[in-house]
Ligand binder design. Structure first.
Ligand code: ATP
Ligand code: MG
Length: 468
């Protein structure tokens, strides 16, 4: 009874007045009812509904917001749910048993239900006039609370500024986002140039959403991107890294990178992308790596950022490895130096975290070791913590024609075989191979590189790689 009364009150407080028309009324937002949007209730997270209901029962406004509403309207199951409310972070925290306030620049509340987390943010104002900015106009602090309308205006694209109230099943639309969703357009809210200046990451986001949803970037939102691309350089590395990770693990990485190139966003943007997109040598390998990551994401399989970054930078490592060996360095120490160089150049700008960098080194370091298949070496590799990643990486290299397919096939059989069959595989190898290294046939470029390496696997080689 009380609940009904309160939600009635709330509905009165919230901008309702259902209107079927999608054009924006001068006086307020458009409210799109269920008959029109037909959001599937089974796609809506029950935890998100619990959060909005609890907040509403306590007298606050609360809506599901952002990407989740966009995806629901497209009849796609959202990967996560965000809630926006007029309650302050402290008020939100008090209402839930397992909730904690996070973030400094933007204070948010994480409400936890088992392994599921609902992110709750307080309506924020887009106080650009008074906000603290850097010398390029990038907003560095904007933690001022505001009204729901303010909150809608500070969001990036019209399709990301929709509010869904599970209680009334209304979608509240301040910027004609529903119309843009239907027209399949990514449209910046407000003056695009100003919004990109406030936060240059929005350029990357425009491309990411266009690629992910198969939408076009609306002409005026698109026009300034090419000339403003350089502003990305002022964005803190950790933030860029997060955004790039979202892009690369979106399930649409290949298309996203193609679009970045088409928008002129790849040049002088991130060292990683410069390397990746301007290096024809590794193109086939990288394309395959991105395709396989996209497929994994779409099938809901786990994906590892380290593996992906190891793929993206592999040809850069090869280039340096070759060069260092050319100066007379032994193969394995040369590889280690090449990895240092590549990671040093990247970590500063992309903030590849230490954890990822360590894994990447392991994956790369395993590549020459996977060529050694006699004696104890392959058994030791099977026990290596990153063996699986190294082997998957090898398969990609084989698929890209960078090493003999027989090498990958041999490992596939070796992994599956029992003890006797393993011995048999090693014996076969020695009888079919001229040298004990059983090195596969290589392309000319790799052959030259291999000359610096010992012909047969040596303990020294193995040790030096394990020392890393
Ligand atoms: P995804 O499905 O990829 O998570 P999303 O739209 O939910 O997409 P998030 O990065 O999770 O994207 O951000 C949540 C919401 O916060 C966005 O929908 C948008 O309204 C707002 N937002 C995020 N980043 C920005 C930004 N840089 N500028 C303005 N608004 C932003
Ligand atoms: Mg999201």
């Amino acid at each position: 009874m009380i609940r009904k009364f309160i939600s009635k009150l709330l509905r009165r407080g919230a901008p309702t007045a259902p209107r079927a028309r999608l054009d924006r009324a001068a006086s307020g937002p458009v409210v799109v009812g269920h008959a029109e949007h037909r959001i599937e209730p089974r796609l809506v997270s029950s935890n998100a509904v619990r959060v909005t209901r609890t907040l509403q029962e306590a007298g606050f406004l609360a809506f599901i917001v952002g990407g989740a509403v966009r995806d629901l309207l497209l009849n796609v199951k959202p990967k996560d749910f965000d809630v926006a409310t007029n309650a302050t972070p402290e008020q939100v925290q008090h209402l839930f048993r397992r909730a904690r306030i996070i973030g400094r620049r933007f204070r948010l509340v994480h409400v936890m239900f088992g392994s599921d987390t609902i992110e709750v943010s307080t309506f924020r104002a887009n106080q650009v006039e008074n906000a603290e900015t850097d010398v390029h106009g990038r907003v560095v602090r904007d933690n001022v609370f505001g009204s729901q309308e303010d909150d809608a205006a500070r969001r990036d694209f019209t399709i990301n500024a929709l509010y869904y109230d599970p209680a009334t099943q209304n979608v509240i639309d301040y910027h004609r986002g529903v119309a843009d969703l239907r027209a399949r357009l990514i449209r910046m809210i407000g003056a695009p140039e100003r919004r990109y200046r406030e936060d240059p990451v929005r350029m990357l986001r425009a491309v990411r959403f266009a690629a992910k949803l198969g939408f076009e970037i609306e002409a005026q939102s698109r026009a300034p991107i090419a000339k403003m691309a350089d502003l990305i350089a002022n964005v803190p590395a950790a933030r860029l890294f997060d955004e790039m990770l979202k892009l690369l693990l979106s399930g649409h990485a290949l298309v996203s990178l193609e679009r970045l190139r088409a928008e002129g966003l790849h040049h002088g943007l991130l060292p990683l992308l410069d390397v990746v997109l301007e290096q024809p040598m590794g193109e086939r390998f990288i394309t395959l790596a991105l395709k396989s990551t996209d497929e994994r994401v779409r099938r809901g399989k786990a994906t590892s950022p380290s593996f992906l970054f190891a793929c993206l930078l592999w040809h850069e490592v090869l280039k340096h490895w070759e060069e260092i060996k050319g100066r007379g360095e032994l193969s394995m120490p040369a590889l280690s130096l090449a990895m240092d160089r590549v990671l040093d150049a990247q970590t500063e700008a992309l903030a590849i975290q230490r954890r990822f960098a360590a894994d990447m080194r392991e994956i790369w370091g395993l590549q020459p070791r996977l060529e050694r298949r006699v004696g104890r070496a392959p058994y030791r590799l099977l026990e290596h913590l990153r063996f699986r990643a190294g082997y998957d990486f090898l398969l990609l290299r084989c698929e890209a024609g960078e090493c003999d397919a027989a090498l990958g096939q041999w490992w596939t059989r070796f992994i599956e075989a029992d003890a006797n069959a393993r011995l048999q595989l090693q014996t076969e190898l020695q009888s079919t191979s001229t040298g004990s290294s059983a090195n596969p046939k290589r392309r000319r470029r790799r052959k030259r590189r291999a000359e610096g390496a010992p012909a047969a696997p040596t303990e020294q080689g193995e040790d030096s790689s394990e020392d890393r």
